[in-house]
Design a protein around this ligand. Structure first.
Ligand code: ATP
Length: 327
């Protein structure tokens, strides 16, 4: 730990074009009690992505984030953030990273604005002459200008979370790391945070957020990694992860039994008939031919569609179990 070596670039700003914002190789953490929390993690977070770090409780997300932020030492393996090794270059990296981990630390008796002024004061690199303008801009960014004079203890959970984000945004950041940013929020609060994340990403900030909510990742993230029991199961663009799980062929017809017979002939596997809905795996052949075969056999086809696989389908296909398993 300590000083950068001569071969490392001095500033994270010198991260090479195309280099991932976060890259880990065989990153592993075994806690002192013997718990293997993160096991050989190879994570690649592309610049400009909104990256969802997904996994059930206890799958190792927080442990990974704490290693990336230099808060704990890995047992083995390496991690680079903004082109620099952590924890060795943590001090050079962190000023470029806004983090919201385990809820913001706020003083309830201070107003939202005064909380931010305090945060800004604590930053030795922050120019006191521009402090008020910086705080006003951050409040505006998260939509708290009108509530800026209220005591933080009177804030809703969503407002507190937004104030925490405002604190992370007092300085321009190249990377935002958010640990379960919508945890405990009501649907309205969740929507507000999601909208904010999208807005930040559209300004070019890379956002890395952990979540155990699949639909949340699907709604805001461009990329995702799926963790279970400390291991990485898959990572990549969300659309590709979902496409990895095949969709479901759905035929709507009053002639279920006959449809099932024809579909089987056509190579459709795992057929289920429920009322007028016949479903099965999407076969490799041209779907127009499958449809034509149904019609030729006299099946009255009222609907013929492929339901797109969701990230949840992909997760179930990867793990063989539902997502809401306790780790
Ligand atoms: N300080 C610690 N000492 C020992 N074991 C720990 C410690 N912190 C976490 N663990 C264990 O490591 C594993 C991974 O925990 P971690 O908190 O990283 O998971 P997570 O995916 O972030 O889950 P959650 O969403 O519940 O925070 C769990 O089995 C947990 O019990």
């Amino acid at each position: 730990m300590g000083e950068p070596s001569a071969t490392e670039p001095e500033q994270p700003g010198e991260q090479e074009a195309g280099e991932p914002v976060i890259a880990t190789r065989a990153l592993t953490k075994r806690y002192r009690g013997g718990q293997l929390a993160v096991d050989g993690l190879d994570l690649t977070v592309p610049a400009g992505s909104v990256f969802g770090f997904l996994g059930p409780n206890g799958s190792g997300k927080t442990t990974t984030i704490r290693m990336l932020m230099g808060l704990i030492e890995p047992t083995s393996g390496t991690a680079r953030v903004l082109g620099r090794p952590v924890p060795r270059a943590t001090r050079a990296v962190l000023p470029h990273v806004g983090a919201l981990i385990e809820g913001p630390a706020l003083y309830g008796f201070l107003s939202g604005r005064d909380n931010l002024l305090r945060y800004d004061c604590a930053d030795p690199a922050a120019d006191p002459r521009t402090r008020r303008a910086r705080v006003a801009a951050a409040l505006d960014r998260v939509g708290l200008t009108a509530a800026a004079g209220k005591k933080a203890k009177a804030y809703s959970l969503g407002m507190k979370q937004r104030l925490g984000l405002a604190a992370a945004l007092l300085q321009p950041r190249r990377l935002l790391v958010l640990d379960e940013p919508t945890n405990g929020l009501d649907p309205q609060g969740m929507r507000e945070i999601r909208t904010l994340i999208r807005a930040l990403a559209s300004d070019g900030t890379t956002v890395f957020l952990s979540s155990h909510l699949l639909d949340e990742i699907e709604q805001v993230c461009t990329h995702a990694a799926v963790m279970a029991q400390g291991r990485l199961l898959a990572q990549g663009p969300v659309a590709e992860l979902a496409a990895g799980a095949r969709g479901l062929l759905v035929v709507t017809t009053p002639d279920g039994a006959e449809a099932a017979r024809v579909l089987k002939e056509q190579g459709v596997g795992d057929i289920t008939v429920t009322g007028d809905r016949v479903t099965g795996e999407v076969p490799d052949r041209d779907l127009a031919e499958v449809n034509a075969a149904l019609v030729a056999a006299g099946v009255r086809v009222r609907g013929f569609t492929v339901e797109r696989a969701s990230l949840e389908d992909a997760f179930v296909a990867l793990t063989g179990e539902g997502f809401d398993v306790a780790g």
